[in-house]
Design a protein around this ligand. Structure first.
Ligand SMILES: Cc1cc2nc3c(=O)[nH]c(=O)nc-3n(C[C@H](O)[C@H](O)[C@H](O)COP(=O)(O)OP(=O)(O)OC[C@H]3O[C@@H](n4cnc5c(N)ncnc54)[C@H](O)[C@@H]3O)c2cc1C
Ligand SMILES: C=Cc1c2[nH]c(c1C)Cc1[nH]c(c(CCC(=O)O)c1C)Cc1[nH]c(c(C)c1CCC(=O)O)Cc1[nH]c(c(C)c1C=C)C2
Length: 541
C-alpha cells in the first residue's frame, strides 16, 4: 500500500473552502470597492500597494524578497492560490521518509546561494558530492556521462567514429547554420556534433531537464548558453573559448566572491536541510505573514480607472477581494496568466495560452539496500547505488525517463529508514502524455519493471511506495517559436497599455530553479526603477 499518493496538476485546484467563499460572496461594485481602499482627500482611489507579486513559487518569492531588501519602504504583497508556498517545490515527509515530488536539486549558482544566505539559510544549504555521476543507459549498460573533454575523448561513451564526428563538428567542420531558421535542439546538435552525440548525450539531457521532445525544443530558447557559442566564435570550441574569456572578465569586474557563499566544486548540485521546501518557506518567513497571503487566488486583473495601476480581483478564504497596485509581477504559469489578463489584453492572453506544459509523474519508491545489482554503477560498502541518477534515451526500450538515486544524493540529510534505499522515478513528458490517465498502481508497476531491467537484482519484489504525484501540467516546453510567442505576449500587454505588469516565472526565465531565482533578482531591480518612476510622476502632478 502506498505511504501516500497525491494527484494534482500544477495548476491550482481550489480548496472546498475557497469554493464556499466564492459562492457566498456578493461582488462589490467599483464604487463600493473604492471605499475599501485608501482614499485620497481628492476622493480618487490611491494604490494600496506599490508591487503585488502573484505566485509564491521560487520566482515570486525571490522577486519579493529581493525587492524588500533593496527598497524596504516598498509596499509589497505576495499572493498565492494554494495553502502553501513553494509552487513546484513540494518536499514531503512521512513515516521516516523525506522525498521530493517536484524538483530534486538545483545548480548552485551565486544568485540562489546569495538569496539563501540573505534570508538566513546559510547553514541549511546542502551540496552533493561533486563527483556524483549521471548515468545514461545505452545498449543495456549504464554509462557515466563524461565530466570533461578528455573523458569524452578517451572514454567509451561514444564510438570512435562518433568521437571523430563530434570533434570535427566542434571545431567548425560541419554544415553551416541554416539562414533565417530557428533550429530544434535535435537539428542543432546533430548538425554540430553528429547524430551519435545527439542520441547518446543530448536526447537524454532533454528528458532530464524538460521531459521534452528534442525535435520540438528550440536550440536558442532551450539551450541558449550552448547555442550562442556557434555564432559567438564560428564553432562550438571557438565560441566556448570566447565565452570563457567573457566569464572571466565579468568575474573580475564583479570583484571578489561573497565570502558567505559555500565553495561550489565540480558537478555538484544543491538542496537544503529538510529538502528543497526549506528555501521557499525560509523566504516566506523572512517576508512575514503580512506580506505573503495564502489561498488568495487571482481571478482577474484590470487597469484601474485612474490609469495609475491595476485592480486585482481575488477569491480568498474571507470572500472576494479587490486590491490595487502600481505594479504587478505575474509568476503564475502562463495558462493561468492568460486567463486573468484576457479581458484587459486579449492578444497577450492568446499568446500566453500557446505555451505547452506536458504531464510528468514522479514516483518515489524504496527497496532494501541489497536489492540493487552492483554492475554498471559502483556500490556503497553496505550496498545501494552511488551517484546522481540515470537517464534512459527513448530508443533504449525503457518507459521511465530517468531515476534519481535519492538516498545517495544528499547522504548527510537522512531521508529514509535504515537498511533501505529510496529512488525517485520520473515518467511521462512530451512524448508520453498517457501517464496523466494512469493509476498510481500502474505507474508503480511501470517504474518497477523498468528498474528490474536496469538496476535491480532479478526477482526483486515490488517496492514500498513512498509517494506518487502526477503533474498534469509540469514543465513549460521551450519549443521552437518560444521566444517569438513570449515577445508577442509582452507586445500584447504593451499595446493594451499595461505598463507596470511584468511577466515572470519559469516560462519567461528558464526552467532551472537557480535561473528562476536569478530572474527574480533581476526583476526586483526592474520593479524598483518602475516604482520610482511612478512615484516621481505622482509627485510632479
Ligand atoms: C516534476 C518536476 C521536476 C523538476 N525538477 C527540477 C530540478 O530537479 N531542478 C530544477 O532546477 N528545476 C526542476 N524543475 C523545474 C522547477 O521546479 C520550476 O521551473 C520552478 O519551480 C518554477 O518556479 P516558479 O516560481 O516560476 O513557478 P511555480 O513553482 O509554478 O509557482 C507559481 C505559483 O503560482 C501560483 N498560482 C497559480 N495560479 C495562481 C492564481 N490564480 N493566483 C495566485 N497564485 C497562483 C501557484 O500555486 C504556484 O505556487 C522541475 C519541475 C517539475 C514539475
Ligand atoms: C527525467 C525527468 C527530469 C529530471 N529532472 C528534471 C526532469 C524533467 C528537471 C530538471 N533537471 C535539472 C534541471 C535544471 C537544469 C539547470 O540548468 O539547472 C531541471 C529543470 C538538472 C539536471 N538533471 C539532469 C541533468 C543532466 C541536469 C542538468 C544539470 C546537471 O547536470 O546537474 C539529469 C537528470 N534529471 C533527472 C534524472 C533522473 C537525471 C539523471 C541523471 C530527472
Amino acid at each position: 500500500m502506498p505511504t501516500t499518493t497525491t494527484r494534482a496538476s500544477s495548476s491550482f485546484a481550489p480548496s472546498p473552502r475557497s469554493f464556499r467563499a466564492v459562492r457566498a460572496v456578493t461582488r462589490h461594485a467599483p464604487s463600493a470597492r473604492a471605499s475599501r481602499l485608501n482614499v485620497r482627500a481628492s476622493g480618487s482611489a490611491d494604490a494600496a500597494y506599490d508591487a503585488v507579486v502573484i505566485g509564491a513559487g521560487v520566482s515570486g518569492l525571490s522577486t519579493a524578497f529581493t525587492l524588500g531588501r533593496k527598497s524596504p519602504g516598498t509596499r509589497t504583497l505576495v499572493t498565492e492560490a494554494r495553502d502553501r508556498v513553494g509552487g513546484n517545490i513540494t518536499t514531503r515527509s512521512e513515516n521516516g521518509y523525506v522525498w521530493e515530488e517536484g524538483p530534486n536539486s538545483y545548480q548552485p549558482g551565486d544568485a540562489i546561494l546569495t538569496v539563501a544566505c540573505d534570508a538566513g539559510m546559510r547553514d541549511d544549504i546542502l551540496l552533493a558530492d561533486p563527483n556524483s555521476d549521471r548515468y545514461v543507459l545505452w545498449d543495456g549498460e549504464l554509462r557515466a556521462l563524461p565530466k570533461d573533454i578528455p573523458t569524452a575523448v578517451l572514454g567509451t561513451f561514444l564510438t570512435w567514429p562518433g568521437k571523430i564526428r563530434a570533434g570535427l563538428g566542434a571545431i567548425g567542420i560541419r554544415p553551416p547554420p541554416p539562414e533565417g531558421k530557428e533550429e530544434s535542439v535535435k537539428e542543432f546538435v546533430s548538425r554540430n556534433l553528429g547524430v551519435e552525440a545527439f542520441e547518446r548525450l543530448i536526447e537524454p539531457f532533454c528528458s532530464g531537464v524538460y521531459a521534452g521532445d528534442p525535435a520540438m525544443l528550440s536550440s536558442v530558447a532551450a539551450t541558449g548558453r550552448v547555442q550562442r557559442l556557434e555564432p559567438l566564435g564560428g564553432s562550438l570550441v571557438a565560441g566556448a573559448l570566447k565565452a570563457q574569456k567573457e566569464a572571466y572578465d565579468a568575474m573580475k569586474a564583479r570583484g571578489p566572491r561573497d565570502p558567505r557563499l559555500p565553495k561550489v566544486e565540480g558537478q555538484t548540485v544543491g538542496s537544503f536541510r529538510g529538502g528543497l521546501k526549506t528555501f521557499p518557506e525560509g523566504l516566506a518567513r523572512a517576508l512575514g505573514p503580512e506580506v505573503v497571503k495564502l489561498e488568495w487566488k487571482v481571478t482577474q486583473i484590470t487597469k484601474n480607472a485612474d490609469g495609475d495601476g491595476f485592480d486585482i480581483a481575488y477569491d480568498t478564504p474571507e470572500g472576494a477581494k479587490t486590491i490595487t497596485s502600481h505594479s504587478v509581477v505575474m509568476t503564475a504559469p502562463a495558462y493561468v496568466t492568460s486567463k486573468v489578463v484576457e479581458a484587459m489584453a486579449p492578444a497577450a492572453s492568446a499568446a500566453l495560452d500557446k505555451f505547452y506544459y506536458p504531464p510528468v509523474a514522479s514516483v518515489t519508491v524504496s527497496y532494501p539496500k541489497d536489492a540493487f545489482r552492483l554492475d554498471g554503477t559502483s556500490a556503497l560498502p553496505e550496498g545501494g547505488l552511488t551517484g546522481f541518477g540515470q537517464l534512459h534515451p527513448r530508443s533504449q526500450g525503457i518507459r521511465t525517463l530517468g531515476t534519481i538515486y535519492s538516498s545517495s544524493l544528499f547522504k548527510d540529510d537522512k531521508r529514509q529508514p535504515d537498511g533501505e534505499f529510496m529512488i525517485l522515478n520520473y515518467i511521462g513528458g512530451a512524448r508520453d502524455t498517457a501517464v496523466k490517465d494512469m493509476t498510481d498502481e500502474a505507474l508503480v508497476t511501470a517504474i518497477h519493471e523498468d528498474a528490474l531491467k536496469t538496476i535491480l537484482k532479478p526477482g526483486t519484489p515490488p517496492p514500498k511506495v513512498v509517494g506518487v504525484k502526477v503533474w498534469e501540467k509540469a514543465i513549460p516546453q521551450f519549443n521552437v517559436g518560444h521566444l517569438d510567442v513570449l515577445a508577442d505576449a509582452k507586445r500584447g500587454l504593451k499595446e493594451a497599455g499595461c505598463d507596470g505588469l511584468f511577466l515572470g516565472g519559469n516560462y519567461t526565465a528558464g526552467v532551472a530553479l537557480g535561473r528562476c531565482v536569478e530572474f527574480g533578482v533581476e526583476q526586483a531591480a526592474e520593479l524598483e526603477t518602475y516604482i520610482a518612476s511612478v512615484k516621481a510622476k505622482e509627485l510632479a502632478r
